[in-house]
Design a protein around this ligand. Structure first.
Ligand SMILES: Nc1ncnc2c1ncn2[C@@H]1O[C@H](COP(=O)(O)OP(=O)(O)O)[C@@H](O)[C@H]1O
Ligand SMILES: C[C@@](O)(CCOP(=O)(O)OP(=O)(O)O)CC(=O)O
Length: 195
């Protein structure tokens, strides 16, 4: 496998239920910090790429927020799990290959093996962030309970036993995301400035 381009100064590892707003929040951070300082890494990126290729599917639609990916989600989970059984860090390693920016934002950790991989590769730099939204809010964003998905490790693997460094509440009646993100953005700017 290709060697890593450079060591990050800060690795923000996000997790949260589907439709909690992981992509929305991590895109916002990317916008604020800019592409020179920050990259968003999706563990599902290399997974979807390989899965789309093997199954002749539309990768852009699999990567987007619409209903297309939901049709394939249960099967993608099974497919990804068989890869992870051989190597739990497989997708973490692929997703971070070639990242050059000082701040890495990983948008979709799902399993404790994902957190373990980042903590063991980047013990000083890794900070975990949980995005929380109520079921009602997630429903308004298009979520509905799907057996085999919402009760599986992919969605529940980090529900308990993790002491997150940061918790964001992505709800209309919570403090604004701007306000909640302020200390995290400050940390990121400091990390980038100390290069
Ligand atoms: N704070 C917010 N304000 C407006 N729309 C939001 C907000 N958070 C999430 N959304 C929207 O809800 C949908 C699901 O969010 P997304 O970030 O794709 O969730 P996840 O990545 O956790 O599945 C998207 O269409 C997104 O634009
Ligand atoms: C097979 C998956 O990687 C699909 C992930 O797709 P997204 O990361 O797009 O999901 P949400 O943002 O939560 O809606 C899940 C897994 O178990 O690896």
């Amino acid at each position: 496998m290709e060697a890593r381009a450079s060591e990050p100064r800060l690795v923000l590892v996000f997790s949260g239920k589907r439709k909690s707003g992981k992509d929305y929040v991590t895109d916002l951070i990317h916008e604020r910090l800019g592409p020179e300082v920050c990259c968003v890494l999706r563990l599902s990126g290399p997974l979807k790429q390989q899965y789309a290729q093997e199954h002749a599917l539309d990768l852009d639609q699999l990567l987007g927020p619409g209903p297309y990916k939901e049709r394939y989600r249960a099967d993608m989970i099974r497919w990804g799990e068989s890869r992870r059984r051989q190597d739990p860090g497989f997708f973490c390693c692929l997703a971070t290959r070639g990242a050059r920016q000082p701040v890495w934002v990983v948008s979709d950790a799902r399993r404790s093996s994902d957190l373990q991989w980042f903590r063991s590769e980047f013990p000083r730099q890794t900070q975990t962030v949980r995005v929380r939204s109520s079921e009602n809010t997630r429903r308004q964003r298009g979520w509905s309970f799907t057996a085999g998905v919402d009760d599986a490790e992919s969605e529940c693997g980090l529900d308990s036993g993790v002491d997150f460094d940061w918790i964001l509440t992505n709800e209309a009646d919570a403090p604004s995301l701007e306000e909640q993100l302020r200390p995290i953005l400050r940390l990121a700017v400091q990390a980038a400035d100390n290069q």
